[in-house]
Design a protein around this ligand. Sequence first.
Ligand SMILES: *Cc1c(COP(=O)(O)O)cnc(C)c1O
Ligand code: SF4
Length: 383
Amino acid sequence: MKKQVTWTTEEWNDWRWHQKNRVRNLEQLEEWVDTTADEREAFEKTDAVFHMGITPYYASLMDPVDPNCPVRLQSVPSLAETKISNWDLDDPLGEEADMVVPGLTHRYPDRVLFYTNHNCAMYCRFCTRKRKVSDPTSMTNKSAYENLFQDLAEHPEVNDVVISGGDPLSLSDKRLMVIFEELSKIPHIKYCRLGSRNLVTLPQRVNNDFCDMLKHYQSRNLSIFFNTHYNCPEELTDEAWDACDRVAASGTPMNNQMVLLKGINDSVERVSELNRKLLQMRVRPYYIYQCDLAEGVSHFRTSIAKGLEIVKGLRGHMSGLASPHFVVDAPGGGGKIPLSPNYVVGMDEGSLMLRNFRGKVYRYPETELQLSSLTPECLHDKI
Ligand SMILES: *Cc1c(COP(=O)(O)O)cnc(C)c1O
Ligand code: SF4
């Protein structure tokens, strides 16, 4: 019989208790699940490269007997991680090349990505930033922070800061206050988004004190958004919902960035269920990401066709608010490229032929494009 992990209600509601009691080795893992030979060997082989770290809260969502449980697949190492495919890249998004100062990637005209630290409450096995995350020596230090705010102040074209990591919510509220304070002082920074998975892996972190802080820093000069990362319906617990209620009450809009993952959410049914419930929780589905070409995650990767099938199955069939964009973050630093099913199916006598979500075709007149000189193949290039 498994050893039961025990706690008091007070401990369970305290995020620091979860952080201290994270599942970091096999012995601790076995307190939650019957581990398989594959999982045990995978832990030994991967721990040096990418640690296992699971909050008791997230571990409590795992199926103790089913190794294919979607929560377990996201958090417990598997031997498939040791297979590096030909396409895998160490820095799949070329984030180092666009790093203007340490901790800041400036790729798009008006917005930047700010890496606050490289710790996370839970280490996701499919992580794009594996090369850095879980390595405590890669932390952004105090002088790097100073340079970074200096750089932001000197770039009036930047008005949006994506606060990411690792996970910014691994920092204390005090450290986060410094960040909001500094951003609030720069007049051209109009929005920022906290990119955090704590609403999923450690909702206790998103407590009243934290939400009071969000409310305090929301202003006409700086609008704060919370971007999170739910991947499957099993993650939408009452505790998660309570945490989202607290964020919503602080006046902070929430968006979800899901990664398409084999065996976890790769069907229209799974994503519909996730997105419907997210909308109830006032979290708006924002992006579905194609899984990046990070090393050792090929077993999670689905085809692009699968992603297109899913967005086709959502759009029109359910609330537009729950129908996100499907994007591929191009390897080598090309940035996000949106992909959509084809709704322009052809042209006929000065009209475009458009397909609706039911597959019925409708004619719409088009005056700007020289339709007679176009073939259906090059039509998309012109639009
Ligand atoms: C995703 C990303 C952003 C934000 O892009 P949006 O499409 O505005 O969400 C900004 N910078 C980098 C480097 C990114 O990868
Ligand atoms: S929370 Fe994000 S950065 Fe951290 S391990 Fe998961 S995917 Fe990677």
